[in-house]
Design a protein around this ligand. Structure first.
Ligand code: CUA
Length: 178
């Protein structure tokens, strides 16, 4: 039976551990002085390890923070179109619902009542970007649409019985001259 052998292996290992503990216990308290150099060496090692971590992690942290805020546009050559978005139970109001392909859009999202989730979906219901709509606070969501068509903004956070019908449409037009 495999269970039996597992049992006996466990018993043997536990017995071995008990013997090791007995040895350590029997030998403890005898040579306190022997531990001093060992302890000092461990402390020195610990100090060195601490500074090694500081010198490694601090520059790494700085390096990771230089790109903040991550959603800022890399090039400010094209001014984004700003769309004010207000969520309320149970609709979205957008200051503009027509944008142009290739032009960055900056959604400034807030709420008139409770928390909502502002999510932008393409025609295949693929999520392109989202941020939270919070009362008394404006969250910024930047997105550049790459294809013309009809997009939808859906509420992504349960906000009451008609949550599911918080849908707005956004039309993305082809760029001039195309
Ligand atoms: Cu608004 Cu769910």
């Amino acid at each position: 039976m495999p269970h039996d052998s597992v049992w006996w292996v466990s018993v043997a290992l536990m017995g071995f551990l008990a013997v090791v503990f007995a040895f350590v216990f029997a030998g403890s308290g005898e040579r306190e002085a022997d531990y001093a150099p060992l302890r000092d060496r461990a402390y020195r090692l610990r100090t060195r390890l601490f500074w090694a971590l500081v010198l490694t992690l601090f520059p790494a942290m700085i390096y990771n923070l230089v790109d903040l805020p991550y959603d800022a546009p890399r090039s400010a050559s094209v001014a984004p179109e700003v769309i004010e978005v207000v969520g309320r139970q149970w609709s979205w109001s957008l200051s503009d619902t027509e944008v142009t392909v290739g032009r960055p859009v900056e959604f400034r999202v807030t709420s008139a009542d409770v928390n909502h989730g502002f999510g932008i979906y393409d025609a295949n219901m693929r999520l392109l970007g989202q941020t939270q709509a919070m009362p008394g606070y404006t969250n910024t969501l930047r997105h550049t649409f790459e294809a013309p068509g009809t997009y939808r903004a859906l509420c992504m956070e349960y906000c009451g019985i008609v949550h599911h019908s918080m849908v707005a449409e956004l039309t993305v037009a082809a760029a001039q001259g195309e």
